[in-house]
Design a protein around this ligand. Structure first.
Ligand SMILES: [Zn+2]
Length: 154
């Protein structure tokens, strides 16, 4: 689980991405999502840091913007290779493989954005199932209905 298992480098999806340097089996912990634990909703200091704020459960957030948190580089994908799961102590999250990951594969997870958040966050993951916006998987049918509605009004 050392940082030697992953590397940060430019990604075709967006900016910097997180890549595996070894094989991970489904269910295996890739890296912890490290950061300052906050018990009140953080104020957005800038657009870029906002994407590193993780709500790990109601009323508890992690500010993962510190450079010592390699998991912060993981991009969203609509067909992710990993998922963020709450640690047993419920004080931090782990990035866990949800599929078989090979060395060189990009490690991605579902950012779980709401419908309103998705409208301002285009997705460039390039997967067949991508609706073109970053949005939580269960909400994608709602987003598609919403986008069709917009098109009908044009
Ligand atoms: Zn996508």
């Amino acid at each position: 689980m050392s940082n030697g298992d992953v590397v940060t480098r430019p990604s075709a999806i967006s900016g910097q991405g997180l890549f595996a340097t070894r094989t991970f089996s489904p269910g295996e912990i890739i890296a912890p999502y490290l950061g300052k634990v906050l018990t009140s909703r953080p104020v957005k200091s800038s657009e870029s840091s906002a994407t590193y704020i993780l709500e790990i459960k109601p009323g508890l957030w992690i500010d993962g913007s510190d450079i010592q948190n390699p998991a912060r580089s993981a991009n969203h994908s609509c067909e992710p290779t990993a998922e963020l799961v709450l640690n047993e102590t419920e004080t931090f999250a782990n990035l866990r493989a949800s599929s078989h990951i090979l060395p060189g594969d990009e490690i991605t997870f579902d950012y779980g954005f709401s419908l309103s958040e998705s409208l301002f966050n285009p997705c460039t993951c390039g997967k067949m199932s991508c609706p073109g916006k970053i949005i939580a998987e269960p909400l994608r049918p709602a987003l598609r209905r919403h986008l069709r509605f917009i098109r009908r009004r044009d």
